[in-house]
Each structure stands twice: as structure tokens, then as C-alpha cells.
Design a protein around this ligand. Structure first.
Ligand code: ADP
Ligand code: ASP
Ligand code: MG
Length: 402
């Protein structure tokens, strides 16, 4: 028996006409697939609009209420899609994250899935129904509604695919697949036919928002093959799967960029044991993800520490930084939102020295200063001024012949 999970993103269900199109496509798939689960995001820009409404009420909305508000977006689309399916004679039932038992931790607005029950989903599938699930939302073991972070419907879909042992998970979106760079920034970017979980994970974590990085982590842990493809036509998209199944392994696979981070600098920090632990411990306790970290060579027993965080967390980071700066006797703190992170991703970089040097030279020749660097075996990231971000992507895409 075949079982597939399909996910349709916000742009694919932006209006009634598009919802009807999605319904037609889902009903068509059901003719070939025995058991079909469909995860939907909120219509178009709904999530942004809801956030804007909250902002007009308060600059500091309680995170619990933010989740109550944001989760409504996906409720609208799941019900409308189920109606559209029933209207065309396909038997469908919609379910919220709570009904599906997507149990999360208590990290409101960026909750992590702990467990997926899916008992009711299985019952409905056995009756032959298409189950339409509201993406992005979950519930804590105390019954509080949570959301999974921006782009979280991808993770709902993959988590369900893992729990139900689906054959694969299809991510339908507004581009034809995963590209060598964001096609909206690099017009010459081309679709990649297949990419490994590891490379995709680095791409997602460095700004290729076509998949939420947690969804790729989930897919990798549970070995769920992902097919990212267009919701507007039938063509093959990009397969994301384990490395040993990938035929072609280019040195550099993609260039990504991310303007959603901010740089925080602690100046004149006493250079002694325990200081970094205190600073990053406090951030971890507040559930704040820290990305790049650099610490300078100490001069006169003082050093500078810089790190990047998501701009959405900056308000909390400022508060925590003020307190910690005092307690660790830092001389000053700086906060800079005008940065962009640009990254090269490629499994072949592991065995090909010189890629970093070529990247830095290309940026230098184009007059761009590098402010921070971090590397992993298959990724090199640099921080540049925000206004240079997109240009950096274009020149690197060209330099590496992508
Ligand atoms: P959805 O609403 O379907 O979830 P998203 O907006 O979250 O769609 O993700 C799709 C978008 O991701 C594309 O429109 C594209 O601009 C962007 N994107 C960024 N980097 C890449 C990449 N390397 N390949 C494909 N799309 C990318
Ligand atoms: N609607 C949510 C968002 O805009 C979740 C998603 O689209 O995946 O982030
Ligand atoms: Mg998305």
C-alpha cells in the first residue's frame, strides 16, 4: 500500500482559485496513491498579516498569544481545502495539529516536535479519506497551542511522513525545486536534480528558505526522501536523500544568503575562564539560537566576542546582553542588524582545498569586506554588509560556475 505526504506552501494556496487548483491536483494524486495526507500552510501572506495586527496592538505580545493568533492561519486553509476536495467528490477531512497530536515542547513561536501521535490520521486514512492537516502548529502536553517557527509547515509534513512511514514527502512550492541560489536573486540559478540531506541541511540553515532546516533534520534522522517541486506544473523537482544515493557530487553545489541575522559584539571582555560559558549559557537558557561566534586574540587580558542571532530574538538578546555585560565586566556592547551572511555549500569541498581562498579573493576583488567567517566540512560562511549580500551571491555563483 502506498502512503504519501504532500505539503502545499502559502503561495500555492494564496486564494480560492489556487485552493481549487490544489484540490484538483490532490484528487488526481489520490487515484494513484492509496493513503494521502496533505499538509497546508496559511493562505499567502496571512502569517505576516497576523503578526502585523499584533504589532498594532503591542510591541511586546506574549508569545503564548502570538501562537494562538498565528495558528489560526493554517486552520483557515485546512478547512477550505477539505471543502474544495469534498466539493469535487474526493472524501476529505481536515485536522488541526492538536487533533493530529503533534506534541511539542513549550518553546512558544519556535516549538520543537517531541512526538507525533497520528492515531486519528491513521483511522481516517483506513476509511479511505484524504486527511488535510494544518501545518506549523502543535500542542504541548499541557494542551497549550504552539507554532513551529517560520516555515514550520515543512516540518509538520516531514514529521508526519516519518511517523506514518510514508514512501516519500512532497513539498509543493512556488519554484521548480531547490536551486543553485535563490532564483529571485540570481536569475541564472538552475534547478538541482538531487541533493544530499547534509548539503540541504546546510543550505536551509544558511538561508535557502525553500525548506525549514528542522524539516531536513527530521527527514535525515528518519530517512524520509523529500521531493521539492512546483505546485503549478507537473515537472520533476529536486530529490533530497541520503548521500550514498546521490550520483553527481559537485565541489560547490549552491550559494545561499541570509539577511535575517544580527551581529552582537561584546567589547573589552576580561579574558578568563567562565566568561563565554556565562554569556552563551544565559542565551541558551532563554532558548536563543546563536549561529556564528568569533573571539579575538586577547590584548592586555581583554578580548572582544562577536556572535550572530536571529533578528527576531534581538529584543531578548539586548536585555540579556545588558545584564551579562555588567556581570562579566565587558566594556561595551554593540548590536548591528545591517549584516548579511553568504555561504558556499558543497560536499566536495571536504576534499578540495583552496575553495575558501577563492571565495575570499572573489569578494575582495568586488570590493566587499568580510566581517566574520565560519566553516564546516561542507560549508563556508562569511558575514558582509547587508547591502553587499545579494551582489556577493551573484559574483560567487558566477565564479564557481554554477
Ligand atoms: P512556501 O510558501 O511554499 O513554503 P517559501 O517562500 O517558504 O515557500 O520558500 C520558497 C522560496 O524559497 C522561493 O520562492 C525562493 O525565492 C526561496 N529560495 C531561497 N533560496 C532558494 C533555493 N536555493 N532554491 C529554491 N528556492 C529558494
Ligand atoms: N505560515 C507559516 C509561515 O508563514 C508556516 C509556513 O508557511 O510553513 O511561516
Ligand atoms: Mg516555506
Amino acid at each position: 500500500m502506498s502512503l504519501v505526504v504532500q505539503k502545499f506552501g502559502g503561495t500555492s494556496v494564496a486564494d480560492v482559485k489556487k485552493i481549487k487548483n490544489v484540490a484538483r491536483r490532490v484528487a488526481e494524486s489520490k487515484k494513484r496513491i492509496d493513503h494521502l495526507v496533505v499538509v497546508v500552510s496559511a493562505l499567502g501572506d496571512t502569517t505576516d498579516q497576523l503578526l502585523e495586527l499584533a504589532r498594532q496592538i503591542t510591541s511586546n505580545p506574549p508569545e503564548r498569544e502570538t501562537d494562538m493568533l498565528l495558528s489560526t492561519g493554517e486552520n483557515v486553509s485546512m478547512a477550505l481545502l477539505a471543502m474544495a476536495l469534498n466539493e469535487m467528490g474526493a472524501d476529505a477531512v481536515s485536522m488541526t495539529g492538536q487533533q493530529v497530536e503533534i506534541i511539542t515542547d513549550t518553546g512558544h513561536t519556535k516549538a520543537k516536535i517531541r512526538h507525533v501521535g497520528a492515531e486519528r490520521v491513521i483511522q481516517e486514512l483506513r476509511k479511505g479519506k484524504i486527511v488535510v492537516v494544518a501545518g506549523f502548529q502543535g500542542v504541548t502536553s499541557d494542551g497549550e497551542i504552539t507554532t513551529l517557527g517560520r516555515g514550520g509547515s515543512d516540518t509538520t509534513a516531514v514529521a508526519l511522513a516519518a511517523t506514518l512511514h510514508a514512501d516519500y514527502c512532497e513539498i509543493y512550492t512556488d519554484v521548480d525545486g531547490v536551486f543553485t541560489a535563490d532564483p529571485k536573486v540570481v536569475p541564472g540559478a538552475h534547478k538541482i536534480d538531487e541533493v544530499s540531506y547534509l548539503e540541504m541541511l546546510e543550505m536551509a540553515a544558511t538561508g535557502a528558505k525553500v525548506l525549514q532546516s528542522r524539516s531536513v533534520e527530521y527527514a535525515r534522522n528518519y530517512n524520509v526522501p523529500l521531493h521539492v517541486r512546483s505546485s503549478f506544473h507537473e515537472g520533476e523537482g529536486t530529490w533530497v536523500r541520503s548521500e550514498d544515493k546521490i550520483m553527481e557530487k559537485p565541489i560547490v553545489s549552491a550559494v545561499t544568503h541570509d539577511s535575517s541575522e544580527a551581529k552582537v559584539t561584546f567589547l573589552g571582555v576580561p579574558d578568563k575562564p567562565g566568561v563565554a560559558a556565562e554569556l552563551f549559557g544565559a542565551l541558551a537558557d532563554a532558548n536563543i539560537n546563536v549561529d556564528m561566534i568569533i573571539q579575538n586574540v586577547s590584548e592586555k587580558e581583554r578580548t572582544d566576542i562577536s556572535f550572530t542571532v536571529n533578528q527576531d530574538d534581538l529584543r531578548d538578546v539586548r536585555k540579556i546582553s545588558m545584564k551579562i555585560a555588567e556581570s562579566i565586566h565587558a566594556k561595551d556592547t554593540r548590536f548591528d542588524e545591517r549584516i548579511a551572511k553568504v555561504s558556499l555549500i558543497g560536499a566536495g569541498m571536504k576534499t578540495n582545498p583552496g575553495i575558501a581562498a577563492r571565495m575570499f579573493r572573489t569578494l575582495a576583488e568586488n570590493g566587499m569586506n568580510i566581517e566574520m567567517i565560519s566553516t564546516s566540512p561542507i560549508k563556508i560562511s562569511v558575514v558582509v554588509r547587508e547591502e553587499n549580500g545579494e551582489k556577493a551571491v551573484r559574483v560567487l555563483h558566477k565564479e564557481f560556475g554554477l
